[in-house]
Design a protein around this ligand. Structure first.
Ligand SMILES: [Zn+2]
Ligand SMILES: [Zn+2]
Length: 773
């Protein structure tokens, strides 16, 4: 018997070559019918028998296009419809507003093969792509995802490309960014003032020659420009550091392939999977051949921050210059993810420093005007003529105890929908936090998280932040009914939230405590709706009492929370300055313990100040002037790194934690005693002991003490699942200790543990209000 079946498929099924795939399967089974994009996915109508229907569905499920995934597939028999053939029905705006945009992903195997195949018409074409790979999010202006609504609209396809584009059985059917030497995107090479005359076919060789000579190049990629140089060339790397005013923050390195990656770092199976995944993030790895710790002299005083350990003897040609990641044994490595990167890396055959091109406090450069501002940093500019509509940085991931943890969620991952365990009754816009900012929109049971936007420290960053909100609103045709934002009154994100609430007369708004949002983000990621025991170890976030929290233990669900314990408060001498100078936090703790006598102590913290500074800071501490109270574990890390003489003034965010990680020794057992009274953890006994112990012992026991604290406070709540989050859990040593100690623990993994996860937490925290309001 032949029936008309309606098959509804939800999931990532739009903009990923799904309809032509269905077309090809229908052709295979000689089935008539139609396929179209519906409101929430793809709708298929077919006339066939039950027997063939089963085969049809089975084939679909087992042979999905590489970028597609199915959340649900429903079949029903409907009243008879007549078809003469099988047709793909064109999409309309209405039908795609809740569709999920696929992110920008790396070049696929087939395109890579064609790229290096001299008989292929796209041989060595730097922008080769197909339905299964390449740019998406970064070129989209609006939905439906059609070439006319992307920055590819300026490129008229040649006849050959057009024929591929029109053929449902071709790998390039409706692949919006396709082109070729004849009709597609093209490169141009510039010195600081004008375009150089180089033919397109000679261009890569020229670029590689410039890199080999030690030049710094700005290269336009997928979601922005990179600054690149030969990673084995000490002078080139130093020149980049000097020009970018970036004395020691580690640089990421792009390598030709896995073989080259293995020469530079120890890589386990999970890490290899990530490096070669279609997302191709930067993966933080343990470098080989570089020993940090006892064998390398640390620059412990802040005065010689820019002094870098002298070059070591090179083992391989590919050995990294030691100033890539001074004093740090971790290295961020990624593989080429576009044909352009592949061409350069294959010809260069050396690792390449590749860091996002931006001016301090500004977002990643995405156009010719913004990259021109870095004219003094690069020597040459490799540009292309496809506009980047939506900026997107590289993603960063690490693997801890075999679990991937996304530290920066951007290219390859974003925007991606997170399925919530419950439904939102209102459309929610979540504003995120101020650092490592992201925003999110929530509707029904989906949250869509923007890529990493960055720190909202300057006017143009805030402008870029607004653009990201507008992009999500435009693409998803989204008008918020509720705006959720951080409690901090001075966050730029809070200020923008209040403006939007006024400007658009948003009926509902909700401020959500920072650390509660951190825990909520993991609950959303894991689909946890019941009560949990949350541990938020973080930098600083605005607390309900107006103090700067960050060492918080809370029992919560997605409607409310109770702060059941926290670190004892200490003063941040100089407010924001204390966040950059670990020694100020350490000094404050010393004043707490020893009063004015602290000034005459003999330790690295005290030594880092002049006698006059010590007096001034004592007054500041005594009178509580410009000295906000904090319970932050992030700041406690800073204090410890100062007390042991590792870091007094940070040259980049997170430096103290990274340096302590290097010195942790897992053979050192034991922890420091601490007291808990009135829900407050007294850290003073630990601080006095740290002053007496050897550096490695002190650091190792400090880590162990933090785990012990979690255990002690958690014990009475052991029936609840343990959730840990917050920026401090970017620390791989601490995270591993927690994963080793506790069985029933949930960590941020697909969502960053840092403030990049806050927006998702805010969405999840709005579910309750969204219902009751
Ligand atoms: Zn491809
Ligand atoms: Zn063409």
């Amino acid at each position: 018997m032949i029936y008309t079946y309606k098959i509804s498929i939800k999931g990532t099924v739009q903009g990923v070559g799904f309809r032509p795939f269905i077309y090809s399967v229908a052709t295979l089974y000689d089935i008539v019918g139609s396929v179209s994009n519906g409101a929430n996915g793809v709708e298929i109508y077919i006339n066939t028998t039950k027997d063939i229907l089963d085969k049809f569905i089975d084939y679909i499920k087992t042979n999905l296009p590489p970028l597609a995934s199915i959340d649900s597939l429903d079949v029903e028999v409907v009243s008879n419809k007549k078809f003469d053939n099988f047709r793909i029905i064109k999409s309309t705006k209405d039908s795609t507003i809740t569709a999920l945009i696929p992110p920008d992903i790396s070049i696929c195997q087939e395109c890579q093969k064609e790229l290096f195949d001299s008989s292929n018409r796209r041989y060595l074409y730097p922008f080769i792509t197909c339905t299964n790979c390449g740019v998406r999010y970064s070129i989209i202006e609006d939905l439906p995802y059609d070439r006319a609504k992307t920055s590819m609209k300026f490129f008229k396809m040649c006849e050959k490309c057009q024929a591929e584009y029109n053929n449902p059985l071709d790998r390039r059917y409706h692949a919006q960014p396709i082109g070729c030497w004849e009709c597609g995107v093209s490169l141009s090479l510039w010195d600081r003032s004008e375009e150089l005359r180089v033919t397109s076919k000679e261009l890569i060789d020229k670029v590689v020659a410039l890199l080999k000579q030690g030049n710094i190049l700005a290269i336009k990629g997928v979601g922005g420009y990179h600054l690149v140089c030969d990673a084995t060339n000490y002078e080139a790397v130093q020149k980049l550091r000097d020009r970018k005013h970036r004395p020691s923050k580690p640089f990421a390195v792009m390598v030709r392939d896995m073989d080259m990656a293995r020469e530079l770092a120890k890589i386990n199976k999970k890490e290899e999977e990530l490096l070669t995944s279609k997302e191709r993030p930067i993966v933080l790895l343990q470098s080989v051949g570089v020993s940090v710790g006892s064998q390398v002299v640390h620059n412990s005083s802040q005065s010689d921050k820019s002094q870098i350990t002298s070059p070591l003897a090179f083992k391989f040609d590919t050995s990294l210059a030691p100033n890539i990641a001074p004093d740090i044994s971790k290295i961020g490595i990624f593989l080429p993810y576009t044909p352009l990167h592949l061409l350069i890396l294959h010809a260069l055959d050396k690792p390449l420093v590749a860091t996002s091109a931006n001016i301090t406090d500004e977002p990643i450069a995405t156009n010719f005007e913004s990259i021109q501002k870095l004219n003094g940093v690069y020597d040459y500019l490799l540009d292309h003529n496809r506009e980047i509509v939506n900026g997107c940085d590289d993603s960063v991931v690490m693997v801890v105890s075999n679990k991937p943890v996304v530290l920066r969620r951007a290219r390859g991952y974003a925007p991606v929908a997170v399925k919530l365990p419950c439904k939102l009754d209102k459309k929610v816009l979540a504003m995120g936090a101020n650092q490592k900012s992201t925003v999110a929109i929530g509707f029904e049971n989906y949250a869509i998280l923007s890529p990493h936007i960055g720190d909202l420290d300057g006017i143009s960053s805030v402008e870029y932040y607004r653009q990201n909100i507008q992009t999500l609103q435009r693409i998803y045709d989204f008008k918020p009914q509720l705006i959720a934002y951080d409690k901090h009154p001075n966050y730029e994100s809070t200020k923008v939230a209040k403006e939007l609430i006024d400007e658009y007369d948003i009926p509902y708004s909700l401020s959500i405590q920072h650390h509660y949002a951190h825990i909520l983000s993991v609950m959303a990621q894991e689909g946890l709706q019941s009560k949990v025991f949350g541990v938020a170890f973080d930098g600083t976030g605005y607390g309900d009492d107006g103090n700067l929290w960050g060492g918080e233990f809370m029992v919560c669900d997605n409607s409310s929370y109770e702060r059941v314990a926290h670190l004892g408060y200490f003063k941040l001498l100089g407010g924001a300055k204390a966040i950059k100078e670990p020694r100020r936090v350490a000094l404050s703790l010393l004043f707490d313990i020893y009063g004015k006598d602290a000034i005459s102590l003999d330790n690295p913290t005290i030594k880092s100040f002049t006698p006059q500074e010590l007096k001034t800071h004592y007054l500041m501490w005594q009178k509580g002037l410009n000295a906000p109270l904090s319970s932050s574990v992030g700041r406690l890390f800073d204090a410890v790194s100062s007390l042991v003489g590792e870091v007094q003034v940070m040259s980049y965010e997170g430096e103290s934690g990274m340096r302590l990680e290097e010195l942790y020794d897992d053979t050192i057992e034991g922890y420091y005693e601490f007291d808990i009274q009135d829900n407050t953890i007294d850290i003073h006994p630990m601080i006095t002991k740290i002053l007496q112990d050897d550096k490695r012992v002190a650091i190792s026991k400090f880590f162990n003490t933090l785990v012990e604290m979690i255990d002690r406070v958690y014990t009475p709540y052991k029936e609840l699942p343990l959730v840990v989050s917050g920026g401090v859990f970017q620390n791989a040593v601490l995270l591993k200790l927690v994963l080793d100690r506790f069985e029933n623990v949930y960590i941020a993994s697909s969502i960053p543990p840092n403030d990049g996860g806050i927006a998702l937490g805010q969405i999840f925290g709005s579910v309750y209000l969204s219902k009751s309001g």
